[in-house]
Ligand binder design. Structure first.
Ligand SMILES: [Zn+2]
Length: 430
């Protein structure tokens, strides 16, 4: 059914491109609410646009620069392919007509700071804010129709930091990283740009392609890229921001992951080790030594065991008794804080996918529940010495199943949401 729909969409888009039977067209438009997904693009983040397999979003940075941007617009027009342009404020000031051309061609106009500073992650935050706001103001002025650019922002060289991300979020701006570049800002041939675009797309199967509309090699490579995308069955998706009149395209959280969890792929992802903290004055009793029974355990197996055919001594040569501090020397241990057993809401996203996944977690939750009940029983038994705190153990037992439910596989990259930015090695300006 999905295949039929996409084939129909593709046929429709080609038919909608009069005079260009070989055009790839634009298969669909998705409406995105920036505030719902503030950072996207798997070059740096866990999430990306909610694309289906073989869907591509074209993005062009650094324009408008008439000499090349106009050619890029012509090529896209010949393919009826819609893209997102991240325009630089100073370029917009110098060529406001170019900004309007992008808009009038039906592409999404977004921003890329005022002066395209390199190493923006090292600028004082005030400078970064100014760059972002001025960039938006310049493009708004160039549009000259009272409208603002889309609240989509790409940081030059993708050099973001936490402060920039927080500022963008406070302004309702969605930071676009990318899923793959084609290195068209480097001194490489157009053929190389073409090869990289296709190979990197094939490696991920879908995603946001990062290109530059101010580079002659991009102009040279783009027709071949679009042609090859069509030959290989890829489809172009246009992205526009949500507005009060245009609600966001409904999506499920896992659609924002490049590779949503599948029952065909075995995963083993665990939450990060929590920061240990005690809950305060409450304590658990130290187990009494005699409860451990270690010195009376009959290790009968050992007598008959042979190491490489040589009988082992019937009695182990190491001392059977050790000197331990008398029971009661240590009166109590701190009770772990209940928050240790809580898994953040964001970590649950990947579990929403498939029933098999869910069934597995339920089974896991059950088994953990059993073991934690046992544990709780044990600590209650041990609780007869010193400062016994049955309520604390009971509380812990009640917490444990909840944490087991929440033991959601957490993609390593998803740690980003609250963690540090992932730097993209070697990705310089343009
Ligand atoms: Zn740039």
């Amino acid at each position: 059914m999905g295949l039929l729909t996409s084939v129909a969409a593709q046929a429709a888009s080609a038919a909608d491109c009069p005079g260009h039977p070989d055009a790839i067209g634009t298969s669909r438009t998705i409406v995105v609410d920036p505030r719902a997904h503030l950072i996207i693009g798997t070059m740096q983040y866990a999430k990306t646009l909610p694309l289906e397999d073989h869907e591509v979003v074209l993005t062009f940075d650094d324009g408008p620069l008439p000499k090349y941007s106009n050619q890029i617009l012509d090529i896209l027009a010949a393919h009826c392919a819609k893209a997102t342009f991240f325009l630089v404020g100073s370029q917009a000031n110098g060529n406001p007509e170019g900004v309007r051309k992008v808009r009038d061609a039906g592409h999404t106009v977004a921003t890329h700071t005022q002066n395209h500073p390199t190493g923006m992650d090292r600028l004082p935050l005030d400078r970064s804010r100014q760059e972002i706001e001025q960039g938006i103001a310049s493009v708004t002025a160039a549009l000259a129709d009272g409208t603002a650019p889309a609240p989509f922002l790409r940081i030059p060289g993708l050099r973001v930091n936490d402060g920039i991300e927080e500022f963008a979020a406070s302004k309702g701006l969605q930071i676009w990283s990318a899923d793959f570049p084609a290195d068209d800002w480097r001194n490489v041939s157009a053929n190389r740009v073409y090869d990289l675009a296709i190979q990197r797309l094939e490696a991920k199967g879908k995603g946001i392609l990062l290109l530059h509309d101010i580079q002659p090699r991009t102009v040279a490579a783009l027709p071949r890229i679009l042609h090859e995308l069509k030959v290989r069955g890829y489809r172009i998706v246009h992205v526009v921001p949500a507005t009060p009149d245009r609600p966001a395209t409904p999506t499920e959280p896992q659609q924002w992951l490049l590779h949503p969890p599948s029952e065909m792929v075995a995963v083993s992802r665990w939450p990060k080790v929590p920061k240990f903290a005690s809950s305060g004055p409450a304590v658990l009793a130290v187990p009494v030594l005699s409860d451990l029974d270690w010195h009376t355990t009959d290790l009968g197996v050992r007598t008959s065991r042979r190491g490489r055919g040589v009988p082992l001594p019937p009695v182990a040569p190491w001392p059977r008794q050790t000197t331990l501090p008398p029971a009661g020397t240590l009166a109590a241990l701190p009770v772990p804080a209940a928050s240790l057993f809580e898994i953040p809401e964001s970590a649950r996203v990947t579990l929403l996918a498939l029933s098999a996944h869910r069934a597995a977690s339920t089974a896991q939750a059950r088994s953990t529940e059993v073991s934690s009940t046992k544990l709780a029983g044990k600590s209650r038994r041990h609780g007869r010495a010193a400062v016994a705190q049955p309520p604390a153990s009971a509380g812990q037992a009640a917490q444990a199943p909840q944490s087991a439910n929440g033991t959601t596989p957490k993609p390593a990259a998803q740690a980003k949401r609250n963690g540090r930015s992932v730097r993209v090695a070697g990705l310089k300006k343009r």
